[in-house]
Design a protein around this ligand. Structure first.
Ligand code: USQ
Length: 381
C-alpha cells in the first residue's frame, strides 16, 4: 500500500513512518519543519536533538534496508502538495500536518493566525488534491478528544442520534473546544465532512487524547532514530512533562485543582490505531470517527503516579498545584466511549509503573540537558 504521511517529521509522524516502512508499506513523508522552527523561535527545543528528516531517512535506509521517500515542503502550498499526490498516487494519506499545541495557539495573534491558517489550509489542500488526482484515496486525519470538551453527558464516538419533535437523525456529536488549536480540529472535521458528503471522499477521523511515551519498536534501534521529545509548556504533553519535572527536581506543575480528566494513549498505540484505521478504510462518502484513547486519568492521578515512581527511583519528586493558566473545568463529569479501535483489534499498552519506569530510565540519561526555564512560563488563556 502506498502511504503518504504528512507531518512525517513530528513526534508521531516519524515513528509512524518507520513502523509502516518496516511492514513493507511504500511510505512517503512530507514536512516543512514547522514544529522545529517554532521550538527554536520560542526557545523550547526538545530534550535531545534529532537529525533532519532527510538524514533520518538515510539512517533508516542504512539500518533497516528500507526506503522512505521524503519531501520537504509546506502542505499549505497547493502546487507543492498537489504535485506530490499526482506523483505518488497514495492509497491512504495520514494527516499529522497540523500545528499541534493548544498553548501555542493561545500565545498571541500571530500564533493564532499560524495555527488557523496551517491547520485549515493543509486540510483543504488534501481534500482538493485527492479530488483531483486520487479520488479513492482514504484520509486518516488526526483529530483530538479536546473537540468534545467536557460535557455533562457521555461522549460518543463522533456521532449521536437525536430525536427531536418526533423525528430522528444522526449528527456529529456536539463539540465545544477549549483552545483555538482544538477549535481548528472541529473546523477541519466539519470541512472534511462537507467534502465527504459532496465529493464522496473516504475519511477516518481519529479523536486522540494526549499521547505519552518516547519509544517505539523502531526508535530503539538507534539513538539517531529517536522521536522529537518536548517537555516544555508549548509542545510537551502532560505525562512526558511530569516525568521530566520529577527528574529535574521541579515540582510537578498541576494546574488548578487537578481534577481535569482526559483520555490518554501510549505512543505505541497511536501507531497501532493509525494502522488499524488504514486497514479498515471508510467507504466512499463515509466519515468514520474513533476516540483514540485507552484509559482516563485526572491530572492529580497522573501526578501521584509519576511522583511515586520518581520517589522509588530516588528523585525528590513532589507536586505543586499552581494557578491554572488555562480556561478549563477543574472538576467535571467525563465518560467517553472508546471501544471502536479495540473492536478493530487494538491491544492497548496501559500506563503501568513499568512503563513509567522505562520513561524515567530514558530521560535520566539526558538529565543534565533539562533546562528549567523551559518547563513553565504561564501562557494564559
Ligand atoms: N496540565 C497540567 N499541567 C501541565 C500540563 C498540562 O495540569 O503542566 C493539564 C492541562 O491543563 C490539561 C491536561 O493536563 O487539563 C492535558 O494537557 P496537555 O498539555 O497534555 O494536553 P493538551 O493541551 O490538551 O494537548 C495535547 C496535545 C494535542 C492533543 C491533545 C489531546 O498537545 O496535540 O490534541 O493533547 S486532548 O487533550 O484530548 O484534546
Amino acid at each position: 500500500m502506498r502511504v503518504l504521511i504528512l507531518g512525517g517529521d513530528g513526534y508521531l509522524g516519524w515513528p509512524t513512518a518507520m513502523a509502516f516502512s518496516k511492514k513493507i508499506y511504500d511510505v512517503m513523508v512530507v514536512d516543512n519543519y514547522l514544529r522545529r522552527d517554532l521550538s527554536r523561535k520560542h526557545d523550547v527545543e526538545p530534550l535531545w536533538s534529532v537529525p533532519n528528516l532527510l538524514e533520518r531517512v538515510r539512517i533508516w535506509q542504512e539500518l533497516a534496508g528500507q526506503t522512505i521517500h521524503a519531501r520537504i515542503g509546506d502542505c499549505c502550498e497547493y502546487p507543492f502538495l498537489s504535485a506530490i499526490f499526482k506523483e505518488f498516487q497514495p492509497e491512504v494519506v495520514i494527516h499529522y500536518a497540523e500545528q499541534p499545541s493548544a498553548p501555542y495557539s493561545m500565545l498571541n495573534h500571530e500564533s493564532a493566525r499560524i495555527t488557523l491558517n496551517n491547520n485549515l489550509q493543509s486540510t483543504l489542500n488534501i481534500a482538493w488534491a485527492i479530488h483531483e488526482h486520487v479520488p479513492d484515496c482514504h484520509i486518516v486525519k488526526l483529530g483530538t478528544m479536546g473537540v468534545y470538551g467536557t460535557p455533562n453527558i457521555d461522549i460518543e464516538e463522533g456521532w449521536i442520534d437525536i430525536e427531536h419533535k418526533g423525528r430522528k437523525d444522526r449528527f456529529l456529536f456536539p463539540r465545544q473546544a477549549s483552545s483555538l488549536y482544538h477549535t481548528t480540529k472541529i473546523q477541519d472535521t466539519d470541512m472534511l465532512w462537507f467534502y465527504t458528503r459532496t465529493w464522496g471522499l473516504r475519511v477516518t477521523d481519529l479523536q486522540q487524547g494526549p499521547v505519552y511515551g518516547l519509544e517505539t519498536n523502531e526508535t530503539v534501534l538507534d539513538e539517531r532514530l529517536g522521536t522529537i521529545f518536548n517537555y516544555d509548556e508549548l509542545f510537551g504533553t502532560v505525562i512526558n512533562r511530569f516525568v521530566v519535572q520529577a527528574i529535574a527536581g521541579h515540582p510537578l506543575t498541576v494546574y488548578g485543582k487537578g481534577g481535569q480528566t482526559r483520555g490518554y494513549i501510549n505512543i505505541k498505540d497511536t501507531i497501532a490505531c493509525v494502522e488499524l484505521a488504514m486497514l479498515n478504510p471508510s467507504a466512499a462518502g463515509e466519515l468514520n470517527i474513533y476516540n483514540q484513547v485507552t484509559e482516563t486519568f485526572s491530572v492529580n492521578q497522573l501526578a501521584e503516579r509519576v511522583v511515586k515512581v520518581g520517589n522509588e527511583r530516588g528523585h525528590a519528586a513532589q507536586i505543586k498545584s499552581i494557578e491554572n493558566p488555562r480556561v478549563e473545568k477543574e472538576e467535571h463529569y467525563y465518560n467517553p466511549t472508546y471501544s471502536g479501535l479495540k473492536d478493530l483489534g487494538l491491544e492497548p499498552h496501559y500506563l503501568t509503573d513499568e512503563v513509567l519506569n522505562r520513561m524515567f530510565e530514558v530521560v535520566e540519561k539526558y538529565q543534565h540537558d533539562i533546562q528549567q526555564h523551559k518547563i513553565f512560563r504561564g501562557i494564559k488563556w
